[in-house]
Design a protein around this ligand. Structure first.
Ligand code: FMN
Length: 222
């Protein structure tokens, strides 16, 4: 029996608010498809900001800061698909998600790109302004991690100001539904290929640590 496919969602909001509502909506879609859907609320994770060490470009091992980030990274590695969901703050990504991207991305994921070929979906939640820019930033980070980003038609940007508003944005929620459905389709497709070929490494992740050999690093080594 194959394990139930799983989507993990990372919620970058400080509250049980609009982003959480959107993810509950997403969960219902995933669960109707037979998927497990778990949300990691970054507000409940003990997460330090990047420290003053600044040696990320030279380290060949994971970040030395001890907190809850490696546990979340392990959950991401165990999932088939990952949704990155964050509110817009000050025209940018809310700071919890920004910190997570820095700590998880630079501190752990860049060494061997363990999220390669996992299916990614991105949701931004905003009153209105710069929802697209935050969506783009999160999408580029998923691509950086060599994930397979599926389209949902129009981007899954949800417009909401006050608590409860997200559930009134029918168009935004429709895009979220399409996104989760397409993620489920792609995960099923990849699983089926794995089953038929008996291969786990369906797509090569190519070389792993792309920083090795960068001009910047060569200069540092001299
Ligand atoms: C500190 C702060 C800054 C915000 N900045 C923006 C912004 O630049 N653009 C925007 O459209 N909405 C902005 N908002 C509105 C939030 O994106 C919106 O209320 C969203 O629904 C919050 O999601 P949440 O309830 O999941 O935290 C801001 C909200 C806060 C608290």
């Amino acid at each position: 029996m194959t394990a139930q496919p799983k989507i993990l969602a990372i919620n970058g909001s400080e509250r049980d608010g609009n982003t959480a509502d959107v993810l509950r909506h997403a969960a219902a879609v995933a669960e109707a498809r037979g998927f497990a859907f778990e949300v990691v609320d970054l507000r409940n994770i003990r997460m330090e900001r990047c420290g003053p060490c600044g040696d990320c470009n030279d380290r060949t091992i994971s970040c030395a800061v001890a907190d809850g980030v490696p546990e979340v990274v392990a959950k991401m590695i165990a999932a088939d698909g990952i949704v990155f969901a964050a509110p817009v703050h000050g025209f940018g990504t809310a700071s919890l998600m920004q910190t997570f991207i820095e700590r998880a991305g630079v501190g752990y994921l860049r060494f061997d790109r363990p999220l390669s070929n996992k299916v990614a979906g991105v949701i931004s939640v905003a009153r209105r302004y710069h929802a697209g820019e935050v969506w783009s930033q999160l999408t580029v980070n998923a691509l950086l991690n060599r994930m397979i980003v599926v389209g949902s038609g129009f981007p899954a940007t949800v417009h909401a100001l006050h608590q409860g508003d997200a559930l009134k944005d029918d168009e935004g929620l429709k895009n979220v539904e399409r996104l989760v459905d397409r993620m489920a389709d792609m995960i099923e497709l990849l699983r089926e290929h794995r089953r038929l070929t008996g291969r786990d490494d369906l797509l090569s992740a190519r070389e792993t640590n792309e920083r090795v050999g960068l001009a910047l690093n060569e200069q540092v080594r001299k």
